[in-house]
Design a protein. Structure first.
Length: 295
């Protein structure tokens, strides 16, 4: 088994080809930069593809770019087909585009709910469906999905964000054994708080006064006090996270989940322990609902 770590990065990625969504900022940008610096080819897509112009000027034809709103399924399929046609084999697909929405379930608008599910859940599903025929045809590859510590834990006010992330985790965990026979590995990346611009793009619902003194109201006060800089003092290093993402692609077998950040590890560990305790507390009830065994 390959047990490379971020300190011993995933071997030599020179000559490999990645497809990265959400490549213009955050983790996607950091992964794209590191791959290019190490000699890989990258098909980088983003809504604001002009933000990649500086990388194109430095790395030339090793960077292939396309404008894409991943929630446009037909456009997504077209861009995927163009990328495989232009670049041939693509070794790793890094599905990274996403955003957050905040508000009590009652506060969220219909539009915010639709957008959150479309971007964080439906788009990764459709991206995987679009790339799978190509990965099968070439004999395998990797699909890496950015989830979050919030794919395992929850915070008041994050109901739709958590719904989308828990949903994509359930989808991909189900698909993992479906595609393993074709040499396709899938990894869910679960970062904690990272110093990116994620907070600046957070969609915040209009407040309902009734929630002011509830846990949702407390979280809203924290967001307001941050002035939009929610992750400015986060302990997660985006460069180290990017290195870990790249390293995961060379780890065999593909890790199903990868918690990144001490806060992610602690939060997930606590949540899983609590859920196991809750399950054990209802064990007798669970067994009591079986048919009686006949002697």
């Amino acid at each position: 088994m390959n047990t490379n770590s971020p300190e011993d990065p995933a071997g030599n990625v020179s000559g490999s080809t990645w497809f990265v969504t959400g490549a213009s900022s955050g983790i996607g940008r950091a992964v794209t930069e590191q791959l290019l610096d190490r000699g890989a080819r990258v098909a980088a897509v983003a809504r604001r593809v002009e933000l990649l112009d500086d990388l194109a000027g430095t790395h030339g034809d090793r960077l292939w770019t396309a404008q894409l709103d991943v929630t446009d399924t037909e456009a997504l399929r077209s861009v995927v087909a163009r990328a495989f046609s232009a670049l041939g084999r693509i070794d790793v697909v890094f599905s990274n585009a996403g955003s957050g929405a905040f508000g009590a379930a009652e506060e969220l608008s219909d539009q915010a709910i639709t957008q959150q599910i479309a971007l964080n859940l439906v788009a990764p599903i459709q991206l995987l469906r679009a790339v799978l025929p190509h990965l099968r045809a070439q004999g395998g590859g990797r699909f890496i999905q950015t989830s979050t510590v919030g794919g395992q834990i929850t915070t008041p006010g994050g109901s739709m964000y958590h719904a989308s992330k828990w949903g994509v985790e359930g989808f991909l965990e189900s698909v993992m054994p479906e595609v393993a026979p074709f040499g396709v590995g899938i990894t869910l990346i679960e970062p904690g708080n990272i110093r990116t611009d994620f907070g600046a793009a957070l969609s915040i619902a209009s407040a309902i006064d009734a929630y002011a003194d509830t846990p949702v109201g407390q979280v809203r006060q924290y967001i307001d006090a941050s002035g939009g800089n929610l992750t400015g003092n986060a302990q997660g290093d985006p460069a180290k996270v990017a290195a870990a993402v790249i390293a995961s692609a060379a780890t065999t077998p593909a890790p199903a989940r990868l918690a990144l950040g001490s806060d992610a590890y602690a939060g997930i560990h606590s949540a899983l322990t609590r859920r196991l305790d809750q399950l054990e507390s209802t064990k007798d009830i669970a067994f009591s609902t079986d048919y009686d065994q006949k002697g």
